[in-house]
Design a protein around this ligand. Structure first.
Ligand SMILES: [Zn+2]
Ligand SMILES: [Zn+2]
Length: 181
């Protein structure tokens, strides 16, 4: 049951089968049953993610941007799992491997312009302290850092739709009405 590891690409898009290279952004479903480690669904794009929704019947699903591991990391993960499953009988808790989440706040302050372009996809677009305050004021709850990623993701998506709407209208300015369609 060993999984072949390809030097050319990490995994294939679960929808269109396009190859997702190592260290490239991809999308996961937030629903846990869709995103089990190793066997989980991975998508090359938001449209591909959306195509699994009708069949999946999720109540509230969204795509989560992730970064594919490097070949080295991937190799390590697979062999760690193989070792774990060959010895482990009690696997009630998942292995305590570190999360593969990208943490954009760890970008060096003096990132080169290409690094900025590559990370723009993951940039946080909201003011963390304000969102935190808002949640705190409304509910006295805390907020996990990933919330900022999700919110930013929704904002990007809304903006992308608004851009399309403005473009359809032949405008070069995105306007309020573009968010109301
Ligand atoms: Zn795809
Ligand atoms: Zn799903």
């Amino acid at each position: 049951m060993s999984m072949e590891i390809s030097p050319q690409f990490w995994r294939k898009c679960s929808n269109c089968k396009k190859e997702i290279p190592y260290r490239q952004a991809y999308y996961q479903c937030n629903v846990s049953t869709c995103n089990r480690k190793r066997t989980g669904l991975v998508f090359c794009s938001i449209p591909c993610f959306e195509q699994h929704l009708p069949g999946a019947r999720h109540r509230d699903a969204y795509a989560v941007e992730e970064l594919a591991p490097s070949q080295e990391q991937w190799q390590k993960e697979l062999s760690a799992e193989a070792a774990a499953s060959s010895t482990a009988t009690a696997l009630s808790t998942p292995p305590a491997a570190g999360p593969r989440k990208i943490i954009p706040t760890q970008r060096p302050a003096q990132a080169s312009s290409t690094a900025v372009a590559a990370s723009a996809e993951f940039e946080v677009l909201v003011v963390a302290s304000k969102v935190k305050d808002y949640i705190r004021r409304r509910s006295e709850m805390n907020m996990s850092a990933e919330v900022l990623q999700i919110l930013s993701h929704h904002i990007r998506r809304l903006c992308d739709e608004a851009i399309d709407s403005a473009r359809d209208d032949g405008r070069k300015t995105v306007m309020e009405r573009d968010f109301k369609r």
